[in-house]
Write a protein of this length. Structure first.
Lengths: 114, 111
């Protein structure tokens, strides 16, 4: 157990639907990062939050949004889902706002859009 | 544009030998570099971080080197074991302190 909790582990939904992925960071970590990993692609950075505020954005689609709550857990909302959104979605946390410290990853949410 | 290259082909190593993985980068001057291990269907696990002013870092059977002139990092696993079989990812820290990830190299240790 890495200390980063992601729910649900698996999600199957239809095209056009909306889903919410949840992440609880490791205790004491203030930064939360969201990544997408498809079968034939590496880790794609989506977005980072630090202590409740958005810190950095990567290749996140407009259909996707995220937020970090006062208790530091984070949610990633994916809407108008397309087949190509099927992927593993990872959440990672870090104690600092920058990347010069190792990230702790959760076990991921496997999203299947049918 | 910034580019990170890791061997796309799987690396097959005999148990007990040293496995060496390569991470090359271009158009980039990272302040630090990280290595992770990823097993199928699991999240990456942080292994080592090396900064631009460090030439080498060690942790148990792992060793990482960082050559900013060659724009290359080498990741070594000595006395390799079948349990070391996994995909290994390198990630470089950019000027905004975000990580840019390589696609990873699959390492297979044969008994």
């Amino acid at each position: 157990d890495s200390g980063v909790t992601q729910t649900p582990k698996h999600l199957i939904t239809a095209t056009g639907q909306r889903v919410t992925l949840r992440c609880s960071p490791r205790s004491g970590d203030l930064s939360v990062y969201w990544y997408q990993q498809s079968l034939d692609q590496g880790l794609q950075f989506l977005i980072q939050y630090y202590n409740g505020e958005e810190r950095a954005k990567g290749n996140i689609l407009e259909r996707f949004s995220a937020q970090q709550f006062p208790d530091l857990h984070s949610e990633l909302n994916l809407s108008s889902l397309e087949l190509g959104d099927s992927a593993l979605y990872f959440c990672a946390s870090s104690v600092v706002k920058s990347g010069n410290y190792g990230y702790t990853f959760g076990s991921g949410t496997r999203l299947t859009v049918v | 544009s910034q580019k990170i290259e890791q061997n796309s082909e799987a690396l097959n190593i005999q148990e007990g030998k040293t496995a060496t993985l390569t991470c090359n980068y271009t158009n980039y001057s990272p302040a630090y570099l990280q290595w992770y291990r990823q097993d199928p269907g699991r999240g990456p696990v942080f292994l080592l971080l090396i900064r631009e002013n460090e030439k080498e870092k060690r942790k148990e059977r792992l060793k990482v080197t960082f050559d900013t002139t060659l724009k290359q990092s080498l990741f070594h696993i000595t006395a390799s074991q079948p349990a070391d079989s996994a995909t290994y990812l390198c990630a470089l820290g950019d000027s905004n302190y975000q990580l840019i990830w390589g696609a990873g190299t699959k390492l297979i240790i044969k008994p």
